[in-house]
Each structure stands twice: as C-alpha cells, then as structure tokens.
Design a binder for this molecule. Structure first.
Ligand code: CP
Ligand code: NVA
Length: 343
C-alpha cells in the first residue's frame, strides 16, 4: 500500500500539511467544480494524489474533516464503484450522502437544470452527477453556487483517472516518465486518462480502431499540457505497436453505457484490440494491466489477463475511495478541520 511511507520513500521530503501543491490546491479549489481533468493544473492533480495517499494511510486524521456536510448524487446511469466510493467517502469524513436515482428520468426533463441547481444549492454542499450529456454537468456547474463533480459523462470520467494514476504511483513510485498505453475505444475514460497522464508527465499512447479515436479537443488539450510537462501523446491504430515498451496497458469496454445499440457493429471492429496474453507479452515484462471496471470478460480483456498477477484493477477500484475523499476535502475546504493542517 502507498500512503505516507511510500510517498516519503520516493523522495517527497515535505510533510503532507506543508506540501506546496496541496496548500495551493486547497486555496484555489475550495468552492470550485470538477467537470474535467482540464479544470485542474498539474500541481492540483499532484495535490489530489498526494492527499489521496495520505488519506488512505491515515484515514482517522480526516474523519471529522467534513462534519455535517451534505452530498447529493444524481445518477442517470448505473454505478457500483463511483457511487459507493462517494457515499463511503463522505461518510468516513463526517458528512452524509443522499442518492437520487435518475435512471428513469434524465436531468432537465422534469424542470430545467438551472432550476434544479438553484434548489440543490440551498440544501447541500456538493452535487455529484453521472449523466449522458456532458453539458448537463457543465450547466449544473454554471448555475449552482456549490461544487459540482463529474462522476462520469459521455465525455469524461475524471474521478476514475485520479484513482488510476494514484494506483500507478503506488506501483511505480511515480507516474512521471511512465509509458502508459490505452487500447480500445477513445471514450470518456480514455479522455480523462490522456489529460491526467499529460498533467503528471506520463507518455500516453492511445490505440483505437479507425473512427474511434479520442475527441480532437481532448487530443489538442492533452498535447498542449504534455508539451509543457516534457511528455508526449501518441495516437495509433495498431495495438501491437502501441503496447511496445508500455509500463501500463489499460483498456475499457468498447460499448459504453448509452451506446448499447452499437454493440453488434462494434464487436468485430474491436476484436483485434482485445487485451490478451499475446498482447500483454509485447509490453514491458514488468507492465501492469488496468481497467476501470466493469469489464466484459473475454471481450475487451481475457480472464487470463484480468486475473493475472499483472492486473491492478482492484487497486484502481480501491483508490476510487481515497482519491474521491481527497477531492472532496479540497473542494469543500475540509483541510481547515484537519489538525495537522490547522496547527
Ligand atoms: N469505474 C466506474 O466508474 O465504475 P462504476 O460504473 O461501477 O461506478
Ligand atoms: N466507458 C464506460 C466506463 C464505465 C465506468 C462507460 O461510460 O460506460
């Protein structure tokens, strides 16, 4: 497990409460939204991860940090990890979660999103949304005076990427300089990973079938960030070439929630992009396998890979809790209630 000891082991000499990235993030992020990884600076991504490691190693230090804070989760799509990590996360920080199932009534249908925002902000301290349209999240954020968090939209999944890079830091000590390869659909998860990888100085290679590459706006943004951080973003169509020298190989379903009508069309297109033992053997011998889950076993990844010792998928899932707790602490100003930070 990572935590304070590991992070000190990799040369982080400053205590967490004096970490300049965390102090700057606490000042800038309080009251803000997280719609996209691009809302964060590199220092803020580093801050969330460092704080996440500390929360994981020392959960008791933070257990009253968000006393009395109320969180609402409004989800238009199914969830196991994101919902449970947010609910257990706020509960273990002293706050409370209220879940609203929107799977049968998308947000904006019964009343405008702006009107929903103007109601919610009077009762709760943070709004967590899982939606089809990314615009639903940005519209809520534009209209609510409390932080709004993207818990997955059709465009991004920022909370996932934060937990994933936390898992990589645990495994490799740092994400900087890592060769990170994503194989599969250029989707929401892929977008957030590209941005987060670039923020942390990882070389990100993405291999997708032609016509399924990541959105150009994300590619441009990720390349801009990568240039500033001395790393690169490559887009390929050949999964074999993409995994060569990879330290981490990541995949996701080829049919995301809401795209089920494309299943039959997509299956043969994505078959050559399956992560199996033959593909993993082309990566570095020490490479880890990653997946955001849920996986469609023996479709985008074989049992032999996801159940192998190389797989860190449950470490990723575990870190959803700690990364999201760190994010809540920063957006809700919770560090002011943590002894080490306030003394
Ligand atoms: N990875 C992820 O977001 O899982 P859930 O869909 O179960 O929340
Ligand atoms: N890309 C997937 C991720 C699920 C966590 C989807 O959007 O369904």
């Amino acid at each position: 497990m990572a935590s304070r000891a590991t992070m000190e082991g990799k040369g982080t000499a400053v205590p967490v409460e004096k970490d300049p990235d965390i102090l700057a993030a606490a000042a800038r992020m309080a009251g803000e939204d997280l719609c996209s990884i691009a809302d964060l600076s590199s220092g803020e991504v580093r801050a969330i991860l460092r704080l996440g490691h500390d929360v994981k190693g020392n959960p008791r230090e933070y257990r009253h940090a968000l006393d009395g804070k109320q969180m609402v989760l409004m989800f238009e799509k199914a969830s196991l990890r994101t919902r449970l990590a947010f609910e257990t996360g706020i509960n273990t920080l002293g706050g409370n979660a209220i879940f609203v199932d929107q799977t049968n009534q998308p947000l904006g249908e019964r009343e405008t999103i702006a009107d929903v925002a103007r109601n919610l902000e009077r009762w709760v301290d943070v709004i967590v949304l899982r939606t089809y349209a990314h615009d639903t999240i940005t519209e809520m954020a534009a209209n609510a005076r409390v932080p709004v968090i993207n818990a997955l939209s059709d465009f991004e999944h920022p909370c996932q990427a934060l937990a994933d890079f936390m898992a990589l830091e645990e495994h490799f000590g740092t994400a900087t300089g890592l060769n990170f390869t994503y194989v599969g659909d250029g989707n929401n998860v892929c977008h957030s990973l590209m941005l987060a990888g670039a923020q942390l100085g990882a070389n990100v290679t993405v291999a997708t079938p032609r016509g399924y590459s990541p959105d150009i706006e994300i590619v441009t943004k990720a390349r801009e960030i990568a240039e500033a951080n001395g790393c690169e973003i490559r887009l390929l169509q050949d999964p074999q070439a993409a995994v060569e020298s990879a330290d981490a190989v990541y995949t996701d379903v080829c049919v995301s929630m809401g795209m089920e009508h494309e299943s039959t069309k997509r299956a043969p297109i994505f078959r050559p992009f399956q992560v199996n033992e033959a593909l993993m053997s082309k990566a570095a011998p020490h490479a880890v396998f990653m997946h955001c889950l849920p996986a469609r076993r023996n479709e985008e990844v074989t049992d032999a890979v996801i159940d192998s010792p190389q797989s860190i998928v449950f470490e990723q899932a575990e870190n959803r809790l700690h990364a999201q707790k760190a994010l809540l602490l920063l957006l809700l100003g919770g560090l002011a209630n943590v002894k080490a930070f306030s003394s």
